[in-house]
Write a protein that binds this ligand. Structure first.
Ligand code: FUB
Length: 477
């Protein structure tokens, strides 16, 4: 197994107290998010490792804060930020509300935390930090009287450390869950070492032994626990070749009928993202479920300069989760997974330039950028206006997603002004809902309720004075 985690600095840097509340940043996401590549909750800073909490009519996101320089090869994380939203679309950065320096016994590595409301009505923020004592990462807990704090160290030392009997090989990524009967549970761990323990009602001490839950297939790190319709869910970052490229994680999940398991693995809920790490928070807000996660898709982003993003999540009638469609780009170069019916389709078009290659659109090649002409491209220079591509199959295929990687040679061919997807219903073409993205250098994914069809059409409208082109067009089951 190739470890997906980049090298971590041990024991890490010791840093000064950062400025708290250093300004607020708000970003409004356009309502048609399919038209953007990688819309993060903010572009003012790099954020990672989201945890989500709903209090009143506000959605709170608690995130890590990546401060590695461009090209950095280690995490530089000194504090945690809180973001608020009333609509899960527009987020306001309330600033750094907790920092390493709040823990006198810690010195670095403000990694993935989570906030839980205690029975006393206070808010407990569980965070992994690099303690100054023996070993590496510990889990500490801060407390505040509101979801925005102010937060102070609630314990004066680690809740979990390497000396905790039965603890994980790497004590990070706590997720804390309160059951309907008031019992609180904490799951955490990394390096394949998932652990769980009960917490006392004081939220700052454990009760009973640490256990190693069973059935959590390919667990790597980043657990997130929640309950829906009496079923317990545990989502987590997995590290296995069945779901992600070497060095990358995907998000799998398991379900159970009791809070400590045994768990039954249910599959992948979020494919690989553009960062090597992948970290879920799943929450219902105002009647809609969401997956909050991070990627490296922001300008200047990378494995140590990540950005938190949010997408809708849907459940099937049997309680299983549908795989999340990454509307902010499907991995910035990594194609979305799933059966690609395009490779068995016959492609046709309203026009292709004589020197271009229509067959390039369904050859399965993974472009490195929109300028990557190395495997040929469909292009319609010097036509302007709307042209179309079409796939036909001899028998119907079930299609629920389309991914388009545009050709852009920075000359006569540019990404389109707009595009429209249609399927053949047996007698006519019918529009598919949701539009289709026009971002360069990524797969633009459009998702819709599955259709059974023998034909799919992509109508492409050029910008003035440009023609359009396609490197790859996927039709996914
Ligand atoms: O951000 C540091 C670590 O990377 C987190 O604790 C993990 O979940 C992974 O995202």
């Amino acid at each position: 197994m190739v470890e997906h985690r980049p090298a971590r600095t041990v024991p890490g840097e010791r840093v000064a107290h950062p400025a708290f509340g250093a300004g607020s940043h708000t970003r409004n996401l356009p309502s048609d998010r399919c038209l953007l590549a990688g819309p993060p909750i903010t572009t003012a800073i790099y954020t990672a490792d989201p945890a989500a909490l709903v209090a009143g009519d506000t959605l709170y996101l608690y995130t890590g804060h990546d401060e590695a320089p461009p090209g950095g090869t280690n995490f530089v994380m000194r504090d945690w930020h809180v973001f608020t939203s009333s609509d899960a679309t527009t987020f306001t950065d309330q600033g750094a509300k907790l920092a390493i320096s709040n823990f006198s016994w810690a010195g670095a590595d403000a990694w993935a935390g989570e906030v839980e409301r205690g029975a006393d009505g206070r808010y407990y923020w569980y965070v992994p930090v690099n303690g100054n004592g023996a070993g590496w990462m510990d889990i500490g807990v801060a407390v505040g009287d509101s979801p925005l704090g102010p937060f102070t160290d609630a314990k004066g030392g680690p809740l979990i450390s390497d000396s905790t009997p039965g603890s994980s090989p790497l004590n990070i990524d706590p997720t804390v869950f309160t059951d309907d009967d008031g019992q609180v549970y904490m799951y955490w761990g990394s390096y394949y070492g998932l652990r769980a323990v009960r917490l006392n009602a004081d939220m700052t001490s454990t009760v009973g032994s640490v256990i190693t839950p069973s059935g959590v297939t390919n667990f790597w790190e980043a657990p997130w626990m929640f309950k829906r319709d009496g079923v317990y869910y545990l989502a987590y970052a997995a590290n296995d070749s069945a779901c992600s490229a070497p060095g990358y994680a995907c998000i799998r999940y398991a379900t159970a009928s009791s809070p400590l398991g045994p768990w039954t693995h249910r599959g992948v809920v979020l494919d690989q993202v553009t960062s090597t790490t992948n970290h879920p928070a799943i929450i219902e807000f105002k009647g809609q479920w969401y997956m909050v996660y991070h990627n490296a898709s922001s300008p200047g982003g990378g494995n140590f300069r990540r950005s938190v993003t949010i997408d809708k999540l849907y459940f099937n009638a049997d309680g299983t989760m549908r795989k999340v469609v990454q509307t902010g780009g499907s991995g910035g170069g990594q194609p979305p997974t799933g059966t690609n019916h395009a490779t068995s389709a016959t492609a046709s078009t309203s026009y292709v330039s004589p020197w271009e290659t229509l067959a390039a659109v369904n050859d399965g090649y993974v472009p490195t950028s929109s300028a990557d002409h190395s495997h040929g491209a469909y292009g319609n220079w010097d036509h302007r206006g709307t042209e179309w591509l079409e796939y036909r199959w001899p028998t119907a295929r079930s299609v629920s997603r389309v991914a388009t990687y545009w050709f852009d040679d920075d000359l006569g061919i540019d990404v389109p002004a707009s595009c429209r997807l249609q399927y053949w219903n047996g007698t006519a073409y019918v529009d598919l809902p949701g539009g289709c993205g026009v971002a360069a250098n990524t797969y633009n994914v459009s998702a819709f309720a599955p259709v059974g069809t023998t034909r799919l059409r992509l109508n492409i409208t050029s910008k003035p004075n440009h023609s359009t082109g396609v490197l790859e067009w996927m039709a996914l089951a």
